[in-house]
Design a protein. Structure first.
Length: 267
């Protein structure tokens, strides 16, 4: 009897069972001096709250489509996993382009990208993220978008989808790439093996490399392998070697550091 196909949301569930207290994402921003660390449980709570918000307030479920206009960030990780927990599809394209929101049910965007989106879609289905390191709300904004940070707080830390995510349902539309929910989990496992990711790896990732590679590479492959992330935004190259030592980094993705193996490269 064959095992049922896993979905993207199953990857987080497996990690929560295996290592709930361990660090999953540590994020640095060298432009602001911020450092934020989330355990698997903490990220899981954000995922559950976000999924409950999307399901309860916007009826997001299997067959729904959610567009993201977000940078690589720990909150973006929570949003991706929340949408997939609902069984819905993430559209991650140039949503500001004309027609970019056709067929989209909900849009989540960083505050700096809200203005062009306000003219494209229904304001009630537009959520703005401040990307504040502590998850606080937007400041200096008076537009029609709802504030993600304020909306998500009242939702529960446990999520039960109205219908289980279907592995055969669409999960990601990223430019010309389309993957099902089951295909996301399979692609993550395949990529983790190809990159040489291993359980317990601590992977330093630059946001620019991550943005180019996409969420399967920067989020799902490490999650599938049992690795954790040290995510660097606005990275200062002069700080990376010291940071790698301090965070006990065992591998890098797209960045070369002396004495640390670079994923995907042999020798």
């Amino acid at each position: 009897m064959s095992r049922p196909r896993r979905t993207a949301s199953d990857l987080l569930a497996a990690r929560l069972r295996a290592d709930p207290a361990g660090p999953l994402i540590t994020q640095y921003d060298d432009a602001s001096g911020e450092r934020v660390e989330l355990s698997t449980t903490t990220l899981g709570n954000w995922v559950a709250k976000t999924a409950n918000l999307l399901q309860d307030e916007f009826d997001v479920t299997g067959g729904s489509t959610v567009a993201l206009a977000l940078p690589v960030h720990w909150q973006t990780a929570a949003v991706y996993l929340a949408v997939w927990s609902c069984g819905a599809t993430v559209v991650d394209t140039a949503t500001e382009d004309d027609g970019g929101l056709v067929g989209v049910d909900v849009v989540l965007a960083s505050q700096d990208r809200l203005a062009p989106l306000e003219e494209e879609g229904e304001p009630d289905a537009l959520l703005g993220l401040s990307l504040h390191p502590l998850g606080l709300g937007m400041t200096g904004y008076a537009g029609p978008a709802r504030d993600f940070a304020l909306e998500v707080r009242g939702h529960g830390d446990v999520f039960v989808p109205w219908q289980p995510p279907d592995p055969e349902a669409p999960g990601l539309v990223l430019g010309g790439l389309e993957l099902t929910l089951g295909g996301l989990a399979e692609a993550a496992a395949e990529l983790a093996g190809r990159l040489g990711l291993a359980a317990g790896d601590r992977v330093l990732v630059d946001e620019r490399v991550a943005a180019e590679a996409g969420p399967v590479a920067w989020l799902l492959a490490p999650l599938s392998a049992g690795a954790s992330l040290v995510l660097c935004r606005s990275a200062d190259p002069a700080r990376l070697a010291g940071r790698a030592a301090e965070e006990r980094v065992t591998a890098t993705f797209g960045t070369r550091l002396d004495g640390v193996r670079e994923l995907g490269r042999s020798g």
